[in-house]
Design a protein. Structure first.
Length: 93
């Protein structure tokens, strides 16, 4: 059972890191530091978007519109951290 919990913890950890990468790439594109038409950048944004946008779009439905500020990655990040902490607590109990 511990191996399964550790596997889930690692998957959630990987999801968190890819979410941070998705946020950073979005900022780099928004501030025109990175060209979104480059093939590598486009591929990275496409892969990360396919992973994260289904969850982020569902969270955006419940958050109020705050103009250009998107709090959905913060909510997803906090929920993922909560799940990791919950799994660690279950594993140590």
């Amino acid at each position: 059972m511990n191996a399964f919990i550790i596997l889930i913890d690692q998957i959630v950890n990987l999801y968190i890191w890819t979410l941070l990468a998705y946020i950073i790439v979005g900022w780099l594109i928004a501030f025109r530091i990175v060209n979104p038409w480059q093939p590598i950048v486009r591929a990275a944004v496409s892969v990360l978007g396919r992973i994260h946008e289904p969850i982020l779009s569902r969270i955006r439905q419940f958050l109020p519109d705050l103009g250009g500020i998107d709090f959905s990655p913060i909510v997803v990040f906090l929920v993922a951290q909560f799940l990791r902490n919950l799994l660690i607590d279950v594993m140590t109990a």
